[in-house]
Design a protein around this ligand. Structure first.
Ligand code: ATP
Ligand SMILES: Cc1cn([C@H]2C[C@H](O)[C@@H](COP(=O)(O)O)O2)c(=O)[nH]c1=O
Length: 687
């Protein structure tokens, strides 16, 4: 699989919907999402209608019962459903789920009792829990990974964008129901029935589409030879989520955003009333959240293209928290609506990045469980916050703070809940940022300002460098050395001055360090010593070889750089990636390659290519090398604009051509005069 650069991007289909299997899945999803929203509207309305004579309180409780029935299955069944998605054929899972949903929804108007509304709602939600992780886990298999963010944007668009469409459709269907009831007496006095029939039909249409989608691979195919028990799969999924720093950061951040959203949902109605707004204003505030979310998902990552995805994710949550606190304190409905759009935009950015990164980071065999784990926790969080927030607001009651002689500032329970929600989100955002930051040592404010201007922030020390720095990364035998040599030859042919170098071992001291590091007699070297020795080699390499060459205006091609330490010592040896980043940031003075070429080769293929006795690191077990590969891919996924990922199993010539295509886009003008003069004085390994 390749991640083509901008040159090849011209040849790519203009939209991810051009991939037929994804288009089919997306159509099924759109129809289902519309059905889901219609279902929510119709069932809450039906619950209200069926209990109309029982009084206001009972009616409210009846509607609340529908929400509880919708939330409860996720808490009980979520993880099991995820394991199902990873274990069984995803196409058949989705197909049978659709048929079940069709039958259940159809049964609601036919039975026509409140008890059955609740039971059927609960059952439909149980089925949804199997459908959604199977769908989420399938998407990354149907689109190239560089289009996954776009695919997720479209998915989230239909998930939320169908809500207003469903509301409109619901209104139209209610009127149509009324008109039709003159012809079909069964529909008389049953305003929501037509909506429920259409809802059932939506699931049936989805079933037909999914059944025809033969491209969906069988879950876990080619990964495991023996299938562990369902309980074991759940346990592994949960352990993975907790044990992987990036996924943990993503999940903490997404849950923080959900908690903040829950606080808004819980008290929005009372708050808007306190601001003097009625039901319409309440609707506008809710609409503002959706408008903001949609804009954030679409425009956020595009506008902030130059900011690392991990940083953008954490920052979006911090800003959402601060905006929420501001909403709580500013008593002006217009400003509140505008800030709510901003809040929604930040939440949209965090959600789309989180979803995309989980899709890219998590292995196919665990993806279903991770998504369902996230879904379950998100629902539990939402349920808890929605339940607790109004209670806290009620207990706090209405307060007034005297500010001077005349001015009185109202501070009610709803303000308190929103402030707490905002601070909570800000703290969670900071935690996520610290867990995941991949540009430690680079000031975040400067990074952000540069990104807003559409530039990438370059730390001061590297500013005067006029050359270009290209790093090659990948596992053992992936073809880095071959390709860095081919690229150096190609660049020299174009008239560039090229320094081809490698890590470890491109300086006098480095050669000694390489011997210590790779000699198999040093088995048992501690992981920290290993990381420090690689960093020491790198410090020497940057100071003596790379920086001087860049200052001269040369093209520097390095076979391995900091990412190797993050992958081998961070993921391979399970050292804290924050620590590995810090020591390397210090060792290199924050020097980051202009472009990193990741040659992605399965370890089993790469190791088999190597001849001779295995060195200390090559002789590590296959799982070690698999972890290394995963980390390389995650690093590339987090900063797609600075990486090109090439399938290392392609023929050498094709790989070389793909690399040239990408490098051509970033090349400066060839051969500055001074670098010609300096050629031949470089103490590096050269071709
Ligand atoms: N695309 C390819 N297809 C098949 N064989 C390849 C390919 N690229 C390189 N090789 C062969 O694989 C072996 C390892 O290649 P190379 O030394 O370039 O990999 P490397 O990633 O630099 O290895 P190491 O990590 O050990 O430094 C060499 O024999 C090389 O000829
Ligand atoms: C830079 C760097 C390297 N390693 C490992 C990776 C390889 O096993 C060797 C280098 O050998 P190669 O033939 O040059 O690829 O060292 C590492 O573990 N950490 C690093 O930072």
């Amino acid at each position: 699989m390749t991640t083509p650069g901008r040159n090849t991007a011209r040849r790519k289909p203009p939209t991810v919907l051009a991939y037929a299997p994804f288009r089919k899945l997306w159509t099924a999803m759109s129809v289902c999402s519309l059905g889901d929203w219609l279902n929510l509207l119709a069932l809450t309305a039906l619950a209200g209608n069926l209990t109309m004579d029982a009084g206001y309180q009972a009616q409210s409780l009846a509607i609340g019962g529908v929400f509880v029935a919708k939330m409860l299955p996720a808490i009980v069944l979520g993880p099991l459903a995820g394991a199902f998605a990873d274990r069984f054929d995803r196409r058949l899972t989705m197909f049978f789920c659709d048929l079940l949903r069709f039958a259940l929804v159809l049964s609601i108007p036919l039975v026509g009792s409140y008890q059955w509304v609740i039971i059927a709602t609960f059952l439909v939600e149980c089925v949804n829990l199997f459908w959604v992780p199977a769908k989420d886990a399938t998407v990354p298999n149907l689109v190239p990974k560089e289009r996954l963010e776009e695919a997720n944007q479209l998915n989230l668009l239909v998930t939320y964008g169908t809500a207003p469409v469903a509301a409109l459709l619901f209104a139209v269907l209610s009127v149509a129901n009324d008109l039709l009831s003159r012809l079909v007496p069964f529909l008389a006095q049953r305003e929501t029935y037509l909506a429920l029939f259409i809802n059932a039909l939506a699931y049936l249409i989805s079933a037909v589409i999914i059944f025809s989608l033969k491209e969906i691979p069988k879950a876990g195919s080619g990964v495991a030879t023996s299938t562990p028990s369902v309980l074991r799969q759940i346990f592994e999924g949960w352990r993975f989520v907790g044990g992987n720093r990036l996924t943990r950061g993503l999940i903490i951040g997404m849950l923080g955003a959900f908690a903040a959203g829950g606080a808004v949902v819980g008290v929005a109605k009372i708050y808007v009333n306190a601001l003097g707004g009625g039901d319409a204003a309440y609707g506008v505030v809710f609409g503002a959240v959706f408008v903001g979310m949609a804009s954030g998902m679409f425009f956020g990552p595009r506008l902030m293209r130059e900011l690392s995805r991990r940083r953008l994710f954490g920052l979006a949550i911090v800003v959402a928290g601060l905006v929420l606190a501001a909403i709580a304190l500013i008593h002006n409905l217009v400003i509140v609506v505008l800030l709510t759009v901003l809040l929604g935009a930040c939440a949209g950015i965090a959600w789309i990045i989180g979803y995309t990164m989980i899709g890219l980071e998590v292995d196919d065999g665990l993806r279903g469980r991770t998504f369902s784990f996230l879904q379950s926790l998100a629902r539990v969080t939402l349920l808890l916050v929605v339940a607790v927030a109004p209670t806290v607001a009620g207990l706090f009651g209405e307060r007034e703070i005297k500010m001077g002689q005349e001015t009185v500032y109202r501070f009610d329970g709803s303000n308190l809940v929103l402030v707490i929600g905002g601070l909570l989100a800000a703290i969670v955002g900071i935690v996520a940022l610290r867990q995941m930051d991949d540009r430690k040592g680079v000031p975040i404010v400067a990074d952000l300002i540069a990104a807003v201007r559409g530039e990438r922030f370059v730390p001061e020390t590297a500013e005067q460098a006029r050359g270009m720095f290209i790093a090659f990364e990948g596992g053992e035998g992936s073809g880095k050395t071959t390709q860095s040599r081919l690229l150096a030859i190609w660049l020299r042919d174009q008239g560039y001055d090229v320094v081809q170098t490698r890590e470890p071992g491109s300086t006098k001291v480095g050669m000694r360090l390489r011997a210590i590091l790779l000699d198999a007699v040093h088995q048992g070297l501690s992981a920290r010593s290993e990381a420090l020795l690689y960093a020491a080699d790198r410090a020497e390499h940057v100071e003596k070889v790379i920086r001087p060459a860049l200052y001269r205006g040369s093209m520097v091609i390095s076979d391995r750089y900091v990412d190797s330490s993050l992958a081998y010592q961070g993921a391979g040896r399970a050292l804290d990636p924050g620590d590995v980043t810090r020591i390397n940031s210090w060792a290199t003075g924050g020097l980051v390659p202009d472009l990193t070429v990741l040659i992605d080769t399965p370890p089993s293929v790469g190791l088999a290519r190597l001849g001779g006795a295995a060195d200390r690191i090559e002789s590590e077990p296959l799982e070690f090398h698999e972890r290394v590969r995963r980390e390389f891919r995650a690093l590339a996924a987090a900063e797609p604009e600075r990486y090109v990922v090439i399938d290392g199993t392609l023929p050498q010539e094709e790989i070389a051509r793909l690399i040239q295509d990408r490098v051509r886009e970033v090349l400066p003008d060839p051969v500055p005069q001074e670098s010609e003069d300096a050629t031949g004085t470089i103490p590096a390994i050269r071709d």
